[in-house]
Design a protein. Structure first.
Length: 120
């Protein structure tokens, strides 16, 4: 019984990590590359922020606060050379400098998971 619970937990974490990677890649290469309007980008930023918190909550481990931002930067490194955003900085560098915020939101999700677990 315990073995099934542990493998189920690892499966949930692996699935959440893979889904997170797919959603972040879709956000970066399907949305940001197309130069969205300011309003659409603002709504997307809120949704992506909620995705960070949800990923941390579902994974529920502190290592996620370091691993998920690193995966996001690795995904951004696949961008074509010379691809820049509105600010003129490289696409991957923009993601890199936002990774502390990503890590903080993921850590918030992990913290909320621990609060819910303690409250039971």
């Amino acid at each position: 019984m315990l073995r099934a619970a542990v493998s189920g937990q690892r499966f949930r974490q692996a699935t959440a990590g893979a889904l997170y990677g797919l959603l972040m890649a879709g956000w970066m290469y399907g949305f940001l590359v197309n130069n969205p309007s300011v309003r659409a980008e603002g709504i997307a930023q809120i949704l992506v922020g909620l995705l960070q918190v949800a990923a941390g909550f579902v994974i529920g481990r502190w290592w996620a606060a370091a691993a998920l931002p690193a995966m996001t930067v690795a995904l951004a490194l696949a961008a074509p050379i010379g691809m820049t955003g509105d600010t003129g900085i490289s696409f991957w560098f923009g993601i890199l400098i936002s990774s502390p915020g990503i890590a903080g939101l993921v850590a918030l999700g992990v913290y909320l998971r621990h609060i819910v677990r303690i409250g039971r």
